[in-house]
Every structure is written in C-alpha cells, then in structure tokens.
Write a protein that binds this ligand. Structure first.
Ligand SMILES: [Zn+2]
Length: 270
C-alpha cells in the first residue's frame, strides 16, 4: 500500500516536471514577455499584441483566439487594462492566468504595470513558481539596476517634464520624479485646446524642462506646443519595442529608461 502510493506520487512528480518543460507561454504585451524571458527561452514565448499596435484599442481577431487557446500560461495586465481577455479567463480556468495587476489596485490606477519594477519582480516570482524554477539572478540584477537608477536620477528628480500619454505613473512614483502632466490619457484621444493652453503656460513659466514624445505618434502636437521655447525633447517607447527578448531584457529596459530620463532632465552646461 505504502509502496504503490509512493510510486504514484513519483509518477505525478515526473509528469509535472515534464509538463513544466513544454509550457507554452503567452504574454499580452512585449514588456511582460521581457519578464517571462528571464525564465524561458524567447522562442517559447508568444506575444499577443504586436509591438507596433496600441494595446488601448486592441480587439482580438480569430487567429489571436487560436493562439490563446494553445497557451498554457498567460501573462496579462488584468481585466481593467485588458478587458478583451476577461471572458476567456473565466471560460478557460484550466489555463494559468498570471495577472500583473496587484489585487488591491484601485480601478483608476495607471495600468501600464510593467513600469513598476517591484510589480514585475512579483510577476516573475509567480511565473517561477508555476514553472518550478528556482531563479535568483533576475532579482539580483534588477535590484542592482534599481540602485543604479536611483543614484543616476537623484540630481534631476525635481526637474519637471511632460509625457505624451499617461503610461509612466508607476515609474514616476518608484523613482520619485516630477511629472508635471501628460498630453493625453490614452494615445487615441487628442488633448483638448484647454489642456494644450495650460501646458503651453506651464512651459512658458519654466516649470518643465523636458517633453517626451512616443515613436508611434506624430510629434507635430508637441512641436506646436513647444514652438519658440527652449525645451529639451526626449522619446519614450512605452512598449519597449527596441529591446529584443533575452534573459536580461527587462533589466536592460530599466537601464535604457533611466538613461532617457537622465539625458532629457539634465540641463545643458553653458
Ligand atoms: Zn498606454
């Protein structure tokens, strides 16, 4: 009796570990795939929303649903950020759904969760548990990078800046930066004239030293608001499309983000 039960348990362990090796992982956006790539090879990871496409107005196509169906583990930003997946999360409870959104997140929180490195570390731990992987090097490298970022931003964190859309709240909070405003809540919404007028005034009053654009959207709007003023310009890609998937991709993303903020917020020496 004891022996057969032990034997059955061993079989269970073997099948569980075999399963772990063949998990198909899908991340909704490239930045979540960067976190998954710290644990599994890039070719085992599918990304649902192509990097050139805005996740804000994304709609699933039939081919996306087929790809989702083949995934065993889905990393997503939760039902508030990605409502198109909510029904599938309920319909397919046998899949492992790992949401980056913390369970106590308020409904109006900025849901670009990948800009919070602590939330991403938590997501990486959840995935490591599912995959039964003991993996510490990601955490060590990320903590070291965060220390470097804090030091690099210390001298410029009170310098004001505008971002193109509201995507960076978590980064601003973690690094205690001075974000004065955003042109738009979502890239699909054009800012109103009143907003643009207020932003122009803030620029004229010297509250803002740097304005960030985004590669997917025309900078014409920012050109017109900053015209004639000596304002530094930077570019931020919230989807991090320029960083290829690798074990170190997410840490590289944080290093790159830090450099972009330091470059735009540091005044030119006369
Ligand atoms: Zn966004």
């Amino acid at each position: 009796m004891m022996i057969s039960r032990f034997f059955a348990f061993s079989l269970f362990l073997i099948s569980a570990s075999l399963q772990a090796q063949s998990f198909n992982i899908m991340a909704t956006v490239h930045p979540l795939a960067m976190v998954a790539a710290s644990l599994v090879a890039p070719d085992q990871i599918e990304v649902l929303i192509p990097t050139g496409m805005s996740p804000h107005d994304f709609a699933l196509r039939p081919s996306d649903i087929e790809r989702l169906q083949e995934a065993d583990v889905i990393l997503w930003n939760g039902p508030n950020a990605e409502p198109f997946l909510q029904g599938f999360a309920q319909r397919w409870p046998d899949k492992i759904w790992l949401s980056a959104a913390p369970s106590d997140a308020p409904a109006n929180a900025d849901d670009h969760w990948w800009f919070n490195p602590h939330v991403m570390l938590d997501l990486q731990h959840q995935l490591a548990l599912v995959l039964e992987r003991e993996e510490r090097s990601f955490e060590v490298a990320l903590q070291a990078q965060l220390q470097t970022s804090q030091e690099a931003l210390a001298a410029v964190r009170h310098h004001g800046f505008f971002v193109f859309h509201r995507a960076y709240d978590h980064w601003v909070e973690v690094m205690q930066l001075n974000q004065v405003g955003a042109f738009t809540l979502s890239p699909e919404q054009k800012p109103g004239l009143r907003t643009l007028h207020r932003m122009r005034q803030q620029l004229q009053q010297g509250e803002v030293q740097c304005v960030f654009s985004e590669p997917q959207f025309s900078p014409a709007l920012i050109d017109s608001v900053t015209r004639g003023l000596n304002i530094r310009r930077g570019e931020l890609d919230p989807m991090a499309a320029h960083i290829p998937l690798s074990a170190n991709a997410y840490v590289e993303f944080i290093a790159d983000l830090t450099e972009r903020f330091v470059a735009c917020l540091t005044p030119e020496t006369p």
